[in-house]
Design a protein around this ligand. Structure first.
Ligand SMILES: [Fe+2]
Ligand SMILES: [Fe+2]
Length: 152
């Protein structure tokens, strides 16, 4: 997605760790969040449309799967480099997945406002998590990667 197309998740271009596969996954998550937001905005313009949930539930599930996949990648990486705050970090991931799983449980009966509130929450969660919690592991990971390339 081009930088100018992200109108809701407008912070992502500012955050890069220099860990290519992690940066790529973060960007993908931001794109999914943006798509979800745009999807809701579109549905809102047909205020009375029936079954709008079904057109968004696929995107919600896609977001959930991508997030689960990213968390698994990140946790594996952090275990490999021996990151000291891995347990807390995992807990933060679990907490986010639980929130989405709860929303997905009764998604067909969800109100538009609930879904909109969720996207706002998720955008904010992702921003806070990447900016503060993920950023904390960057030094450890980069040092590890550096040692690997030095053949130590
Ligand atoms: Fe994380
Ligand atoms: Fe992350």
């Amino acid at each position: 997605m081009a930088e100018t197309e992200r109108r809701f998740v407008d912070w992502v271009g500012k955050i890069k760790f220099g860990i290519p596969f992690i940066d790529k996954q973060h960007l993908e998550l931001c794109d999914l969040c943006e798509e979800l937001y745009q999807g809701i905005a579109q549905q809102r313009s047909y205020a009375s449309s029936q079954g709008w949930q079904s057109s968004l539930s696929d995107e919600m599930r896609k977001l959930f799967e991508s997030l689960r996949n990213h968390f698994a990648t990140e946790e594996k990486l952090l275990a490999t480099v021996g990151y000291e705050h891995l347990a807390e970090h995992k807990q933060s991931h679990r907490h986010c997945l639980t929130q989405i799983a709860d929303l997905l449980k009764d998604f067909d009966k969800s109100g538009m406002q609930t879904v909109l509130d969720f996207v706002k929450f998720f955008n904010n969660w992702l921003y806070q998590h990447i900016t503060f919690e993920d950023r904390m592991y960057v030094k450890t990971v980069l040092e590890y990667m550096h040692r690997q390339t030095q053949g130590e």
